[in-house]
Write a protein that binds this ligand. Structure first.
Ligand code: SAM
Length: 207
């Protein structure tokens, strides 16, 4: 690792452990600070209801799954997946695999075998720090989430995607607008201000 890369990793770690949401995640015994982002998103956008069927794409270590499970309880269905393993979360079925692999994707969809109320994707590639590598990789994951939502969402279903502001972001938003009437761009308070991450919430399918 270069000297400047190792310095920026050290700075990231320093800031991470100073972060109030990292401390809160530890105190509340939840898997990740992402739990609070989803809580923020839901408080302002009312995405969840008891009894829903949900797909959680890029679920590990499990903060979003934990939050969804708390609301949906055992009356709903939550199917989560990630390339990485995930420790069990109550009321969540977890499948480990790469969503870019069509065999894995088809087995995930046939496992669900029903229409879905919410597709949520917090998927992110391993970041290299280089925008011209990271942006297209994230965009590919975003497009996959969109494609999955097209296949499985019921008419009143919603899509939540984590993306990054940057080149092609507007193109992605336009692609989403062809499939959904309402498209909202949302930055939760718990998302680090300096981070380019942003969430897209889409609802009311056009077709
Ligand atoms: C920001 S983390 C998700 C955090 C999680 N939502 C939580 O609440 O704890 C992004 C995840 O996306 C996963 N991921 C990246 N590419 C993927 C792919 N092609 N298929 C499945 N998961 C993927 C990563 O392994 C990583 O665990």
């Amino acid at each position: 690792m270069s000297k400047s890369r190792s310095l920026s990793s050290k700075n990231w770690l320093k800031q991470h452990f100073r972060d109030q949401y990292v401390t809160l995640a530890f105190k509340k015994n939840v898997r990740s600070r992402a739990y609070f982002k989803l809580e923020d998103i839901n408080k302002q956008n009312k995405l969840f209801k008891k009894g829903m069927t949900i797909i959680d794409l890029g679920s590990s270590p499990g903060g979003w799954s934990e939050y969804a499970s708390k609301i949906v309880r055992n009356s709903g269905h939550i199917v989560a997946c990630d390339i990485l393993p995930m420790l069990p979360v109550k009321n969540v079925y977890f499948l480990q695999g790469d969503i870019k692999n069509s065999i894995f994707l088809n087995s995930l969809l046939s496992f669900i075998n029903r229409k879905v109320d919410l597709v949520m994707s917090d998927m992110a590639p391993n970041m290299t720090g280089s925008r011209c590598i990271d942006n297209p990789r994230l965009l590919e994951l975003n497009r996959l989430a969109l494609k999955i939502s097209k296949r499985v969402l019921c008419n009143h279903g919603k899509l939540l995607i984590k993306s990054f502001y940057g080149e092609q972001f507007n193109v992605l938003v336009e692609e989403i607008r062809t499939l959904f009437i309402k498209v909202k761009i949302f930055k939760p308070n718990s998302s680090r201000t300096r981070s380019r991450e942003v969430y897209i919430i889409a609802s009311e399918r056009t077709k």
